[in-house]
Write a protein that binds this ligand. Structure first.
Ligand SMILES: [Fe+2]
Ligand SMILES: [Fe+2]
Length: 324
């Protein structure tokens, strides 16, 4: 299985590997079938730009590092429901959010690595909610590497799921962290830390963030985790920057925007070249990442077209030049 841009879809050689959902989160196309060109046109109209396919070059790649689609869609559904309830001044389902947080923590903890489902695989109206879920998933992956306990992880995840909820009330973008803080802190069942995650997620260690230009000690660790996850998620999905490049940009933020330990935890938990990525090696060969083992930045590659298996861990002189 691998992720492709829908314009690269080939009817004869590719099957859909994950279902495609419509704007109401109903299954539009089930996995396992070929996608007729007229559907590709429909997907374009819905702003769905990427899809997961099974084809010959990606055979044997399973992407188990990724949360499964139904769980992901359920999470998106609950975040959307929560945003809409807040907008209508209705009571939100606190227990459902706490349960979702618990579920996301389990999903991430059972995997050594985390690969995101890109928001570009679903209709655009769902982007903000999928973004929140992805930021929450990333935050668990980082939190786990920083040895946060279950309660801390839960407060962090709830803060991340709701980090942008202030956008519902804020007139301009700069106002949404404060609005989010006000919304979350009024929900007594949530820890005030979750509200601070929303309040501080656009701050920066060096004082260049907003809304309060916090520095150093005042910038809560959980908010830093949410901040870095938010930046990464926006880069890879909204701006369509490839994961390895996004990762390099994050590394430059170490010590300036976020504490080094947090940047490290991030870099060590999220692969730059997820399975299914087509890459170019410094040996002038092209290949596809088939698996990741202990060393994140040194994946196992199958060359194309001659299908040689190279474990980059065993070949320190072979370097990934970039995407193929
Ligand atoms: Fe934000
Ligand atoms: Fe965000």
């Amino acid at each position: 299985m691998r992720l492709i841009h829908i314009s690269d879809y080939d009817y004869d050689s590719m099957q859909l590997a994950k279902p495609i959902f419509d704007s109401k989160k109903r299954v539009l196309l089930a996995s396992g079938r070929h996608v007729h060109p007229k559907y590709i046109e429909r997907l374009k109209l819905m702003n769905i730009t990427h899809m997961f396919v099974e084809d010959n070059i990606s055979r044997g790649i399973n992407l188990d590092e990724m949360i499964d689609m139904p769980t992901w869609m359920d999470a998106i559904d609950l975040v959307q429901d929560t945003f809409e309830k807040v907008e209508k001044n209705e009571k939100i389902d606190v227990i459902a959010i706490q349960q979702l947080a618990g579920k996301l923590i389990v999903e991430v903890q059972k995997r050594p690595l985390l690969v995101l489902v890109p928001v570009s695989t679903i209709p655009r109206n769902l982007y903000p909610y999928a973004h929140a879920v992805n930021v929450a998933l990333l935050s668990v992956q980082v939190g786990k590497r920083l040895f946060l306990n279950q309660l801390q992880l839960r407060d962090l995840v709830i803060g991340c799921l709701l980090h942008d909820i202030g956008k519902i009330k804020a007139d301009e973008d700069e106002g949404h962290p404060k609005e989010g803080f006000e919304i979350i802190r009024k929900i007594r069942e949530f820890n005030i830390v979750s509200a601070h995650v929303a309040y501080q997620h656009h701050e920066s260690l060096n004082g260049t963030g907003y809304p309060r230009k916090l520095t150093g000690q005042d910038f809560h660790k959980f908010a830093q985790i949410c901040g870095i996850a938010n930046q990464y998620e926006n880069m890879v999905t909204k701006k369509q920057i490839p994961p390895h490049e996004a990762m390099e940009r994050l590394m430059t933020m170490s010590d300036t925007n976020y504490e080094t330990s947090i940047v490290h935890a991030f870099v060590q938990g999220i692969p730059s070249y997820p399975p299914g990525t087509k890459i170019e090696l410094n040996t002038n060969e092209r290949g596809i990442v088939i698996r990741l083992e202990s060393q994140l930045q040194r994946p196992i590659v199958r060359t194309l077209p001659d299908e040689k298996i190279i474990n980059l861990e065993d070949h320190p002189t072979i370097i990934i030049n970039g995407l193929a």
